[in-house]
Design a protein around this ligand. Structure first.
Ligand SMILES: [Zn+2]
Ligand SMILES: [Zn+2]
Length: 103
């Protein structure tokens, strides 16, 4: 007695394909957007913004002291912000690809 019918096998196959497609989607999307930008003559790194946001301070240029992993360990009055050492408080870097090609 076969309990698994052909349609169930086909359904399992489609389900597996959709699962793989879902996992791969962000990467495919990033790849497509990068290739689109380059085909449009735009910088694939920054999209012609000529700058890249600092990942350490999220583009703010300031690092909030006293917070760790989103938890506030100190009161707001005790917290202070310091300039981001990663970007010297600017919040962004000039895009290396644009600055190389334009200079
Ligand atoms: Zn920064
Ligand atoms: Zn760029």
């Amino acid at each position: 007695m076969e309990n698994i019918t052909a349609s169930e096998v086909a359904g399992f196959g489609v389900g597996t394909f959709l699962l793989c497609a879902t996992i791969a989607a962000p990467r495919v999307d990033a790849f497509i957007s990068a290739s689109q930008r380059s085909s449009l003559g735009m910088c694939k790194r920054c999209g012609n913004l000529r700058m890249i946001a600092c990942t350490k301070c999220k583009g703010a240029g300031l690092i909030r002291q006293g917070s760790l992993f989103g938890l506030n360990l100190l009161d707001d009055s005790k917290r202070r912000s310091t300039s981001c050492t990663n970007c010297q408080g600017r919040g962004h870097f000039s895009c290396p690809e644009c600055s190389n090609s334009s200079l």
